[in-house]
Ligand binder design. Structure first.
Ligand SMILES: [Zn+2]
Length: 84
């Protein structure tokens, strides 16, 4: 096979000027604070804009009981810190 025409350095460089990878844009989930892609449901807590959107694969959805337990634990921690 024979090359049709030699590509100049500038042609090659111009073409490759668009090949750089860009950093992913991430935003904080308003519900759990994890970094997620914008305009998508959170895969960590299964919410979109702070509202639950059904089951998301691999998401751990908080039940009312669990949330109450966690709140209790947090208040306990705070009271313990005050004693110190
Ligand atoms: Zn989330």
């Amino acid at each position: 096979m024979v090359q049709m025409k030699k590509r100049t350095k500038s042609e090659t460089r111009r073409r490759r000027s668009h090949q750089a990878l860009k950093a992913k844009v991430l935003v904080k989930c308003p519900q759990c604070g994890q970094l997620i892609l914008p305009h998508t449901a959170c895969s960590f807590c299964g919410t979109y804009k702070g509202k639950p959107v059904g089951q998301v694969k691999g998401a751990k959805v908080k039940t009312a009981k669990k949330a109450a337990k966690e709140a209790k634990a947090e208040t306990k921690d705070k009271s313990q810190n005050k004693k110190k």
